[in-house]
Design a protein around this ligand. Structure first.
Ligand SMILES: [Zn+2]
Length: 496
């Protein structure tokens, strides 16, 4: 639902509070030292703050006024980073939206203009995420969200909401797609949904189906998709072209779209197969990022490549010891059929690289070892642009979608030496699989500057930062920050 944002310069007056039902009140941490800014009902707030030692950072009360304004109060530390701020916003907003109100107010008396702007952006982000109904197949549908207006008080400068709105739109799309069950979001149905989106947003679209992929000798992709009873897998290529003519090279987004991962011939046990409809989240994040960049009308072209397939068992499914040839001629010895993500990405990356973009960014729920290394609140970054480590870390910190880089030096390759083919797909067990997967993928990007994001934080129980659902749609805020604030396209250097 579209939310109207109304900005007000000062703190709400007592009269104004009489008509506010839902209020988030943010104070500087200095109230702990007794420095309270002026606000109506200050005595009640102070008393409530004193009564409860837990209230140091967050508490709730209903103001003794006509509206019995339901108020969530929190203090903001100068040292709070974006991730913490977004997490706080998620909790405050969840509390306020419990009664499904149509209007919500935020006041930030005493915060510096910079802090107030940052806090308002965090609250708005949390509201946009929480206010979106995710797909539900319950016969009794959850109540539709009613929030229409967000009042922001104590906002001296005009809040820049464009980026926030665009990334939220992209994230909501990514989460909704990832939530869909696998019998609903088959590769075929996924493609149909993308056709509609392409029409709506003016993207050019091309689809490489299985026949075409066989012709193009994309043997790594075909190896995975051949196990499916329906030949609906394929590679989607979308393109956003800016209105103003440009000679700029494109930014290319690539996503792993395994609509269901059984593990294949090396079948997963139930415990690990459960939730494997989310193995397409990388493609949803690539698509959501394309949507956000389109909304922002960026001045460079954006390519988006989605590798849509399922990893099935069956008589035609690929198996261990198969040797297949990828589109770029690399021969691969299959080691484990559950390492299907890197197989479909291999050919998709080489298709993307052929178009000579300025940079390729790929997203994939790729390895368990990345989760083991980072947990589920950070995602892993892997790049052939080591000089950009700091820019990548900063984009993560400043967007609140945190990533951390890993080394991918050449000598890791020895673990993938094959007796029979150019490279092993992976090792059978052990070793730093997230790094080995990246070494494997690096063979297919040619000399293109490239960043691979292993989405270990694609699902985090209880939500993450401003996102209230376990499915996080992680990566869109990060990428938009990396491209537009960190100016990635100007910083990448060609590889020789
Ligand atoms: Zn797998």
């Amino acid at each position: 639902m579209k939310i109207q944002i109304k900005q007000h310069l000062s703190t709400p007056t007592e009269t104004e509070l009489n008509s506010i039902n839902q209020l988030i009140l943010l104070f500087p941490a200095s109230i702990k030292d007794g420095k309270w800014p002026n606000i109506a009902h200050k005595a009640d707030l102070k008393a409530r703050f004193k009564r409860d030692p837990e209230a140091n950072t967050r508490f709730e009360l209903d103001l003794p006024n006509k509206a019995a304004t339901h108020t969530s109060v929190a203090t903001i530390d100068k040292a709070s980073n974006e991730f913490e701020l977004l997490g706080l916003a998620r909790k405050l907003v969840a509390n306020q939206l419990k009664t499904n109100p149509s209007s919500l107010s935020v006041a930030m008396p005493g915060l510096s203009p910079k802090q107030a702007a940052q806090a308002a952006e965090a609250i708005l982000s949390a509201v946009l995420a929480a206010n979106e109904n995710m797909p539900s197949f319950k016969s009794k549908q959850p109540a539709k969200r009613r929030l229409k207006t967000l009042h922001i008080f104590n906002q001296k400068q005009k809040l820049e909401t464009r980026t926030c709105l665009a990334t939220a739109k992209g994230n909501n799309l990514a989460r909704a797609l990832t939530t869909l069950p696998p019998n609903e979001l088959t590769p075929g149905n996924y493609r149909k949904r993308v056709v509609k989106l392409a029409r709506q947003h003016g993207w050019k679209m091309q689809f490489h189906n299985m026949t075409s992929l066989r012709k193009q000798k994309a043997g790594a992709f075909v190896a995975v998709a051949q196990g499916s009873p329906e030949a609906d897998a394929g590679i989607v290529h979308l393109r956003y072209i800016p209105k103003k003519k440009t000679s700029k090279a494109a930014c290319s987004l690539v996503g792993k779209g395994i609509c269901f991962d059984t593990g294949g011939t090396n079948l997963k046990p139930a415990q690990y197969m459960h939730g494997m409809h989310e193995d397409m989240e990388g493609s949803a994040v690539a698509l959501g990022t394309l949507l956000a960049l389109t909304e922002l009308k960026v001045d460079f072209p954006v390519d988006c490549w989605l590798a849509l397939a399922q990893n099935h068992i069956g008589p035609k499914a690929y198996k261990q010891n198969d040797v297949v040839t990828a589109a770029n001629g690399t021969t691969i010895e299959v080691m484990h059929t559950d390492a299907e993500g890197r197989m479909v990405l291999a050919d998709t990356l080489s298709f993307a690289a052929k178009k000579k973009p300025a940079v390729i960014i790929d997203y994939a729920t790729l390895t368990g070892s990345c989760v083991a290394a980072l947990g589920t609140t950070y995602s892993g970054a892997f790049t052939n642009q080591e000089h950009l480590f700091n820019a990548i870390i900063d984009a993560g910190k400043n967007s609140g979608e945190r990533v951390w880089p890993f080394p991918i030096d050449k000598d890791f390759d020895s673990a993938l030496d094959s007796e029979i083919a150019d490279i092993k797909q992976c090792t059978i067990s052990g070793g730093p699989d997230h790094i080995l997967a990246s070494r494997f993928l690096s063979r297919f990007v040619d000399k293109t500057p490239w960043l691979h994001v292993d989405l270990s934080s694609g699902n985090n129980k209880g939500g993450l930062a401003h996102i209230p659902t376990a499915i996080t749609g992680f990566g869109i805020r990060f990428t938009v920050n990396l491209l537009l604030k960190e100016k990635l396209l100007e910083k990448v250097t060609p590889i020789d």
